[in-house]
Structures are given as C-alpha cells and as structure tokens.
Design a protein around this ligand. Structure first.
Ligand code: CDP
Ligand code: CDP
Length: 224
C-alpha cells in the first residue's frame, strides 16, 4: 500500500495557503498542519517573556518547550486560546525573524512530523515540500502579486477588528518576502517538483479546485 499521503502548500504571506489548505483538508478528510502557527506561537511566547530576538539558544529552548494544541480554528498556548493574538502583524513579523534561526527551525522539526497521520495531511508553510515532507506526492507553491496579497491581508485584518493601513502592509509584506526568500536556511522557493499556482486573479475556491484536481489526477495514476 501507499504511505500516508501528504499535500504540501507553500508560498509567501497572504497567498491564501491557510484558507486553501484548510478547505482541501476538509474536502479530503485529512489532518491539517499550520506550520506558520508554530513559528507565531514561538514568537508570541518570546515577545511575552521578553526574550531577545538575537538569542538563538533561548529562542530554540522556547520552541522546544512549546505547549500548544489545535482544535478547529482555536490555537492554544498552554490553556490560553491565542488564535487571535498570533495573527497580529507584530507577531507575524517576529515569527519571520526567528524563523531565520537554524536552531529554532530544528527545534520545531519533530513537532511538525507528528501531524503526519492517517488518512492524510495537508501541510501549509514555507518549507513543507522542500524540507519537512520532501517525499510528498503533491507539492503546491501558491503565490499572488504583492498588491493582491496586501489587499487580502488588509480585508482580513479589518474584518477581525485589527487596525490596518495599506501602505504599511505593502511595506511589511515586501520586507517579509525579502527575509523569507533570502535567508540561508529553508528559503522560500518552490520545492522540486512543485506545481506553481498564481492566484492573483483567482478566488480561494478556484485555487482549492485546482489543488483537488491535481490530487485526483495522482489518484487516477495510482500515485496516491
Ligand atoms: O500567514 P503568513 O503567510 O503571513 O505567515 P505564516 O505562514 O503564519 O508564517 C509566519 C512566519 O513564519 C513567516 O513569515 C515565515 O517566516 C515563518 N515560517 C517559516 O519560516 N516556515 C514555515 N514552514 C512556516 C512559517
Ligand atoms: O495563509 P496565508 O497567509 O497564505 O493566507 P490566508 O491567511 O489564507 O489569507 C488569505 C486571505 O485571502 C483570506 O482572507 C482568503 O479568503 C483570501 N483569498 C485567498 O485565500 N485566496 C484567493 N485566491 C483569494 C483570496
């Protein structure tokens, strides 16, 4: 029989990875790994504890000791539901900074593999296809123009009651893209064999249908 299937969905911030991965997982009845949430949880923890963002050793220790759990839309740090708190832009920016540290990435490695359970997994992040699940039968690289992504993030933040400003968002997104793309460890780029999907002119449902279509194609060929 085939090993437990994994679909990896990597891409830049606000490309729709979370939304698309969630819906694909729901359709297939698969588990879902939001690997960005693990970096965000580590960042939130560091910000709260006042750990210096240059202290790689202390940050890796925090990441290793992370007590988190996921239930639907909820994300728990210990007993506290931090689903909204980890979505703040400051936490995302801090996450992107600490994610450049090899010891932090190493500390979160095993935790991510734990999500690989029957009947299957949809894994969302930056290095799901390149580093964490390099043998995934279906790898997707979701992308969209920086303008389209800034607009999506703007609507999302306003909708959740966070303050948002389009110029700041564009600047933040460009900085984050730059940092995620140019870092030495696990830089953001399409994994070998990944299908690249530019969703600038697509809605989330169309992106979901494309991914499900690719997966159905692999089933037909008995690859999964
Ligand atoms: O939602 P958004 O794409 O903005 O971010 P996220 O997926 O929640 O991830 C937050 C930050 O964590 C990103 O900017 C990345 O720097 C980092 N990250 C990573 O390095 N590797 C992953 N597999 C997932 C996230
Ligand atoms: O996880 P990532 O940061 O890549 O993106 P997200 O948190 O899923 O946010 C994407 C936002 O854009 C959501 O509000 C989606 O409804 C919307 N969107 C999308 O995901 N895909 C499109 N093709 C168009 C819009």
């Amino acid at each position: 029989a085939h090993p437990i299937p994994v679909i990896t969905i990597d891409g830049p911030t606000a490309s729709g990875k979370g939304t698309v991965s969630h819906l694909v997982a729901q359709q297939l009845g698969f588990h879902y790994l939001d690997s960005g949430a693990l970096y965000r949880l580590t960042a939130l923890s560091a910000l709260r504890k006042g750990v210096a963002l240059g202290d790689e050793h202390a940050l890796a220790k925090l990441a290793r000791a992370l007590h988190c759990s996921f239930a639907g839309e909820d994300v728990f740090l210990g007993q506290e539901n931090v689903a909204a708190a980890i979505r703040a832009e400051e936490v995302g920016n801090t996450a992107s900074k600490i994610a450049a540290l090899p010891a932090v990435r190493q500390a979160l490695f095993g935790l991510q593999l734990d999500f690989h359970k029957a009947p299957g997994l949809v894994a969302d992040g930056r290095d799901m296809g390149s580093v964490i699940f390099p043998h995934a039968p279906l790898k997707v690289f979701l992308t969209a123009s920086v303008e389209a992504r800034a607009e999506r993030r703007y609507k999302q933040l306003i909708g959740k009651g966070f303050p948002a400003n389009m110029d700041d968002l564009l600047k933040d997104l460009r900085e984050r893209d730059e940092r995620d793309t140019n870092r030495k460890v696990a830089p953001l780029k399409p994994a070998e064999g990944a299908y690249v999907l530019d969703t600038s002119a697509m809605n989330a449902q169309q992106a979901v249908e494309q991914v499900l279509g690719w997966y159905a194609g692999l089933k037909k060929q008995h690859v999964v």
